[in-house]
Design a protein around this ligand. Structure first.
Ligand SMILES: [Fe+2]
Length: 286
């Protein structure tokens, strides 16, 4: 896929840091207040390609935590507690754990205590892949020390009674070295394939290939739902696709795509028309 220059580590703006200090409950500052909320979105996801032995599999999906100036330990602990209380079989983390790779390393060194029944899988977002490049391997090492499996152009196979679901995590589209061909090869024998990119910007290039997409379901974040949205339209977006994959479910080229609003914020601690959210998907074959 297209390679782009890695971005230097970024810090929240002065205005953002100032806004983060204001009282979140102030009604006059509704966008500030909204950014501190967190909705659980529950989905029953049906697809006849899912082997029946996986009926009822519970998957929590969380993206764009952005731990740091705008999301403190209290909110992080609240998130982890709410996720664990769902008793998910798998927890999937969609990247952007902090504002930059230094922050991502600190986040993972805290050993956030996600507690699924089977495994927690994590991909990298563009904020996690900022310079310095030297943070890349220590972040993965810290993930493993926290009991989390990093998926960087790699696949986790969930097997049951001879049936397999593949979870294919790709390196970040903007600042990493994404390799969809490798993911396609590694997951080709699975009955059902869940693709985990950080950003929906991967889709136009993948859907322009002559062969059909290698995956069945994709879960991604990055957009923050537009973060500030007026009548369903975000004037400023973080993707090359503008509002095309801003938020919610999409059905394209025989695949299903869920774009999450994510948990945290970046640049400014404000949201409007794009509430923070995390997800619980319950799989069913029928
Ligand atoms: Fe993000």
């Amino acid at each position: 896929m297209t390679q782009q220059r890695k971005k230097r580590a970024k810090m929240p703006s002065r205005l953002g840091r100032f806004l983060a200090l204001l009282p979140a409950g102030c009604a006059l500052l509704y966008p500030l207040y909204l950014a501190t909320r967190l909705d659980l979105c529950e989905h029953t996801y049906q697809n006849s390609k899912i082997p029946a032995v996986f009926d009822g599999l519970r998957i929590a999906y969380i993206s764009d935590i952005h731990y740091g100036t705008f999301l403190n330990d209290q909110r992080l602990n609240d998130l982890i507690g709410r996720v664990n209380a769902l008793e998910p079989d798998l927890i999937l983390l969609g990247g952007d754990y902090a504002e930059n790779s230094d922050g991502a390393l600190q986040f993972w060194q805290k050993k956030p205590a996600f507690q699924p029944r089977i495994a927690t899988l994590a991909v990298f977002g563009n904020h996690d892949r900022t310079l310095p490049e030297e943070n890349f391997l220590p972040i993965q090492k810290a993930m493993k020390a926290a009991g989390v499996i990093p998926l960087v152009n790699d696949v986790y196979l969930l097997e049951k009674e001879g049936n397999t679901i593949a979870f294919a995590g790709i390196d970040d589209y903007y600042n990493g070295y994404p390799d969809p061909e490798r993911l396609s090869q590694l997951s080709q024998d699975a009955d059902f394939i869940v693709f985990l990119p950080h950003t929906p910007d991967v889709f136009p290039e993948l859907f322009s290939l002559p062969q059909p997409p290698f995956f069945d379901l994709a879960l991604c974040g990055h957009t923050h739902g537009g973060q500030v949205v007026f009548f369903g339209y975000a004037p400023k977006t973080s993707t090359d696709c503008g509002n095309r994959y801003r938020s919610g479910w999409y059905h394209e080229n025989g695949t299903d795509i869920l774009v999450s609003n994510g948990v945290g914020t970046s640049d400014l601690p404000v949201r409007l028309g794009a509430r923070p959210q995390f997800h619980l998907l319950t799989l069913t074959s029928k």
